[in-house]
Design a protein around this ligand. Structure first.
Ligand code: NAD
Length: 364
């Protein structure tokens, strides 16, 4: 009997629903090709949830997510909600769902396909062959520490606390060693141990755990040096692990090496197999509703879900292979096209990826 896996689908705002529609079509194709079926439950998050439910993260959405095996998310945000107070901002829904579901490990691959090299802002010899994974701690550090705003005799004061517990560092570092093991067995741990106490604890925990993974080559690097080296010679990196804010910045920097944000997927994992999968890009209000958004990042997020939450490696590889084949054949959405006139729309890009996914199965 075929296995039924429950997925909560949260299309969100802007281009979220458009790219999600195509990602769901890919899931339906995988159902035909594998002995598996997906039961989808839709929910609201972000701006649409603010409008409909009065909160960016309705309890109903959380309940659906908790009873599912994985969550697939589009994107949140838009100018309509930009001036709202913090508790009514779409991004608050994102921070909330990560925390509530214990999604502490954010995996962000950044890879350069040969055919995409001309799109990068950097020189060919620098970016050709880049294939790295930034693993960002997602539920601790500066973004979740105590925030204060008060006045003293010199005027207004604001502070954000950078706080890490040993167990929070330990679980993300273990994940990182395990991911590095599946890749090129090279791990760079990034911190600011020359200045920050939280970084000194980070480094101590990494050192304690490292002997358990003798096959993985470990290197420590300061965050400022890492930021420079990512641009100077990115191919020196394979797997990079770091705390929340450093990871936020470095993963965006790494994604720009590859030229387009419309291509990059991400996974946010909890303990066990549960995870939330979403494209790296935002809700792109400038192109929302035009049918031109690139669905590749969301489709590749489906690929990551199949691999990391469901263990469906073959399906995941077929999707990745299909994306490579379609791009290598010169098909482009507007964001990555050199000749914008020849660009295809959201649906056609997905059609091509779906056809190539089927071919990948036949030829496997
Ligand atoms: P963005 O990623 O939405 O857009 C940046 C640029 O990239 C835009 O020109 C956009 O058209 C383009 N782009 C992004 N995704 C694309 C795709 N799939 N296909 C083609 N082009 C694409 O970032 P932004 O403009 O800084 O933010 C817009 C809104 O999205 C804001 O409200 C922001 O807070 C929110 N945001 C949400 C997330 C998320 O949901 N995870 C992430 C980043 C930003």
């Amino acid at each position: 009997m075929s296995q039924t896996l429950k997925i909560t689908v949260l299309p969100g705002d802007g281009i979220g629903p458009e790219v999600m529609e195509q990602a769901v079509r890919v899931l339906r194709v995988i159902e035909e090709l594998e002995d598996v079926s997906f039961s989808l439950e839709y929910g609201r998050i972000g701006g649409t949830a603010i409008d409909e439910d009065g909160t960016p993260l309705p309890e109903d959405t959380l309940e659906k997510a908790r009873r599912s095996d994985a969550v697939l998310l589009g994107s949140v945000g838009g100018p309509k909600w930009d001036t709202n107070p913090a508790h009514l901002r779409p991004e608050t829904g994102l921070l909330g769902i990560r925390k509530e579901l214990g999604l502490y490990a954010n995996l962000r691959p950044a890879f350069m396909l040969d055919c995409m090299v001309p799109v990068s802002a950097l020189k060919e010899e620098i970016v050709k062959g880049v294939d790295l994974m930034v693993i960002r701690e997602l539920t601790g550090g500066l973004y979740f520490g105590e925030k204060k705003r008060y006045e003293d005799e010199n005027g207004e004061v604001a502070s954000d606390e950078m706080i890490y517990h040993e167990y929070e560092i330990e679980r993300i570092v273990r994940r990182a060693f395990e991911v590095a093991r599946l890749r090129s067995k090279k791990l760079t741990s990034v911190d600011k141990a020359n200045v920050l106490e939280s970084s000194r604890l980070w480094r101590k925990v990494v050192e304690r755990i490292a002997p358990e993974y003798p096959d993985v080559e470990l290197r420590h690097q300061l965050v400022d040096s890492c930021a420079m080296e990512l641009i100077r010679w990115p191919k020196q990196f394979d797997t990079v692990v770091t705390e929340n804010m450093f990871g936020d910045i470095l993963s965006d920097e790494a994604s720009m090496l590859t030229g387009s944000i419309g291509m990059l997927p991400s996974a946010s994992l909890a303990d066990g197999n549960f995870g939330l999968y979403e494209p790296v890009h935002g809700s792109a209000p400038d192109i929302a509703g035009m049918g031109v958004a690139n669905p590749t990042a969301t489709i590749l997020s489906v690929g990551m879900m199949l691999k990391y939450s469901f263990g469906l490696e073959r399906a995941s590889e077929a999707i990745e292979k299909a994306v490579h084949e379609v791009l290598n054949s010169g098909v482009r959405t507007r964001d990555i096209a050199e000749n914008k006139e020849e660009a295809v729309g959201t649906q056609e890009m997905a059609d091509r990826i779906i056809e190539a996914t089927r071919r990948a199965y036949v030829n496997a």
